[in-house]
Design a binder for this molecule. Structure first.
Ligand code: FAD
Ligand code: NAP
Ligand code: SF4
Length: 677
């Protein structure tokens, strides 16, 4: 039967010896559970939940084929086969038609392991160790380990394997000259550089058998000046096709390339056209990926002929039921991935922490955080409809509690209503759309335009009171802080007060950076305009220069203001930003000429500007506007009033703790509390 809204997404794909039930793929993500004590039990539950909800195929997080290829989990022996069996059994029990393939990941020079190996002893800019150059015996060992790992994956019940040949991991370092300096049969010409890759694929196919799926992930654009040329990409794709790959999956990165490819400022489906161009030159089906976060986007990608299968990785963390909701026409219930990376990739790359999701703290905690039906429903008041209050109310109501949600403002969202105004953060609208729908679906009584005081709560006689009143901006005690040229970040973002041409921003945390982005920005947001995105990051989608990048200075529009971001700390400005996204903000502001100054002591503000000491030396910033982004303090007026009157209440979100508060912590704390009430 043809699906009326997503006819292509829900069309099966015949691979000859097997069939995918639809074109929705959950792409590979390392979760950190692979290395946890009870990790495989939790992984089994995590993947099974996505299988039950209708995804066509799952690719696991990368599993190294030997010790030097990674840092933790690997698949090298029978004991490990038994662990992986837990995953495949759980997925096939959830739905026998769902395919699950294991990704074989050899990290090469990116393995955080002193034994790491590579074609040449070239240290990656982001690698921890200089790799050992492989000799002939070493090359043979690596190839044999790939094949052995594939045979074990088959034994563990996987429907196939994916080999990652991109991202700066071992296989891709053979392919490009900057990391392959060899002069033997494994280096030099492109035929030689791709020899190891093609041989690894050939041996994996042999070990896997012809009745299992073999996927190869290729960097269709590696975003490196000295990366792969387009004809090399095509040559490699055709070569792996010739040795028995069933599906080719496109990737658009090397981890060290200074171009964002999945962050929230990347337009949706920005790269799929490139997959489409490669698809015309191949016989096997193709997977595309990157910033495809809603079913309509996936369907449009398939309709353009860009790919045969659409990979959605992070969107399956954000909402395990994405595919089922699309199938049932419940798109407005999808908890959309906002591409923030805060609880997923920032955890993976920021010290091997376990992955979860900012908008869905249940992700990777399927056995720990659940929302069972309440046995004795309570009447609950939640004050504050920011992320904390929204998450608490909707989870508690979903469990059957009777929830009234108050907010003084005219709309739900709290500070997310500021965040969504920042160019590049347009996806935050989706989270608010999701919560609006959850409020309706679970019958939360919403009372907007209602500043709450203790009298109101007392007279209504609630069983539980949750105070999620958020924060108040911190006002530094500084002479001249009430000067007319000083404005707070809320007024600056909402456009309530004019911002001059010469601006100093006090405070360079997440909000200082967002304000700098907003007031330095000109023209359409790159997130909404692919041409702007390509120009700003030097990507050439049409001509396919080497690596896909132009190599010339990117063209960035600017509002033409003179802006300085200031902080007191002596560490580099922007260090507190997200591991996987902070660099994009620093680069973009630099390109727009925003100055960044650390080691500042603020003295006073007057008609002349902002007087400071910078590293002990007097310095006057001659500015028209000073914007204060100096952090926040909890807003606890209501809570204090309730306490004074002996009315019991619980604090949540920013009202509980403002220091280092972000939406990830607010939603996570709220979800755990609401699960327990
Ligand atoms: P808030 O969002 O502050 O919500 C509190 C709510 O309580 C408000 O709606 C307020 O109207 C209401 N309220 C207060 N007092 C009363 C009362 N007496 N009666 C009724 N209602 C009341 N975080 C991230 O994780 N990632 C980001 O990228 C990010 N970007 C941001 C960008 C900007 C510009 C800003 C300002 C913040 C950003 N944040 C980000 C931070 C994030 O928005 C906050 O951490 C989060 O909103 C805190 O949630 P909360 O529910 O505790 O408080
Ligand atoms: P923040 O990240 O804690 O930054 C506050 C800034 O104010 C710091 O630069 C701090 O630097 C400065 N400061 C603190 N006290 C000061 C004082 N008394 N006088 C002058 N300066 C002072 O907080 P935020 O920027 O307000 O952001 C709030 C939360 O939202 C953060 O937790 C952040 O993670 C989150 N957020 C996240 C993002 C994101 O993209 N992930 C974006 C926006 C906000 P010095 O002390 O060195 O001066
Ligand atoms: Fe998407 Fe952010 Fe969740 Fe990661 S943490 S899955 S980027 S919403």
């Amino acid at each position: 039967m043809i699906h009326h809204r997503y006819p292509l997404l829900f069309t099966p794909l015949d691979l000859g010896f097997t069939q995918l039930k639809n074109r929705a793929l959950m792409g590979s993500m390392h979760t950190g559970l692979e290395e946890a004590a009870d990790g495989f039990t939790r992984l089994a539950a995590y993947y099974a939940e996505r299988a039950r909800a209708g995804v066509g195929m799952i690719i696991t997080g990368g599993i190294p084929p030997n010790a030097e290829a990674g840092f933790g989990a690997q698949l090298t022996n029978e004991d490990e086969v038994a662990q992986h069996r837990m995953i495949t059994d759980a997925v096939h029990a959830a739905d026998p038609d769902v395919k699950i393939c294991m990704q074989i990941l050899h990290m090469g020079s990116l393995a955080p392991n002193p034994q790491c190996v590579a074609p040449s002893a070239v240290k990656s800019r982001i690698g921890a160790f200089k790799p050992h150059e492989l000799d002939d015996a070493g090359i043979e060992k690596q190839l044999a380990d790939f094949a052995h790992c594939a045979a074990l994956a088959r034994k563990a019940g996987y429907d196939g394997v994916e080999i990652i040949g991109s991202a700066g991991y071992l296989l891709s370092t053979f392919l490009v000259q900057r990391t392959n300096l060899r002069t033997d049969q494994w280096g030099g010409s492109f035929d030689n550089r791709m020899r190891f890759v093609v041989e690894a694929v050939r041996r994996v196919r042999q070990a896997l058998g012809n009745d299992r799926i073999l996927i190869f992930r290729i960097a269709a654009m590696d975003m490196l000046d000295e990366g792969m040329a387009w004809d090399e990409v095509v040559q490699l794709a055709q070569a792996v096709q010739a040795v028995g790959v069933n599906i080719i999956s496109t990737h658009f990165c090397w981890h060290e390339a200074p171009v964002p490819t999945i962050a929230t400022m990347v337009p949706r489906a920005a790269f799929t056209e490139v997959t489409g161009q490669l698809r015309k030159l191949l016989k096997v089906p193709m997977i595309t990926s990157n910033r495809i976060n809603m079913p309509a986007v996936a369907e449009a990608v398939l309709a353009r002929g860009d790919a045969d299968i659409v990979s959605m990785a992070r969107p399956m963390l954000a909402d395990p039921e994405l595919v089922r909701k699309a199938f049932e026409g419940r798109e407005d219930e999808i908890n959309t991935c906002i591409a923030c990376n805060q609880a997923c990739l920032d955890h993976t790359f920021g010290g091997h922490r376990q992955v979860s999701c900012l908008v869905n703290p249940r992700a990777c905690r399927e056995t720990l955080l659940n929302y069972p039906r309440a046995t004795s429903p309570k009447r609950i008041a939640v004050v504050g409809a920011g992320p904390a209050g929204l998450a608490y109310s909707t989870v508690a109501a979903q469990r059957g509690h009777n929830v009234t949600l108050f907010d003084a403002a005219a709309e739900i969202g709290g500070q997310f209503n500021l965040a969504k105004r920042i160019p590049g953060k347009e996806e935050f609208h989706e989270t608010l759309r999701y919560y609006r729908r959850m409020i309706d679906l679970h019958h939360v009584e919403l009372r907007l335009n209602t500043p709450v005081d203790a009298d109101l709560l007392k007279s209504a006689g609630f069983d539980e009171i949750i105070v999620a009143t958020g924060i108040e901006p911190r006002q530094p005690a500084l002479p001249g802080i009430d000067h007319p040229k000083v404005i707070g970040y809320i007024d600056a973002i909402r456009g309530r007060r004019p911002v001059g041409r010469r601006v100093a921003i006090i405070g360079a945390g997440g909000i200082g950076f967002d304000v700098a982005e907003l007031i330095s920005h000109a023209g359409p947001s790159a997130a909404l305009d692919r041409d702007v995105f390509a120009r700003e990051w030097g990507i050439d989608f049409k001509n396919h220069p080497r690596g896909g990048v132009t190599g010339v200075a990117p063209q960035v529009q600017s509002a033409g203001r003179t802006i300085t971001l200031l902080q007191r700390k002596t560490e580099p400005v922007g260090r507190s930003l997200g591991k996987t996204t902070g660099w994009t903000h620093r680069i973009m502001l630099n390109r727009r000429g925003v100055q960044m100054q650390n080691g500042v002591e603020y003295l006073r503000i007057d008609d002349a500007g902002l007087h400071t000491l910078v590293n002990g030396e007097p310095k006057l910033f001659e500015v028209d506007t000073v914007i204060v982004c100096a952090g926040q303090v909890p807003k606890r007026g209501l809570f204090d009033e309730l306490q004074a009157r002996g009315i019991e209440a619980k604090l949540l979100g920013g009202a509980f703790e403002a220091t280092e508060l972000d939406a990830k912590r607010a939603i996570e704390q709220a979800s755990f509390m609401a699960a327990a009430v």
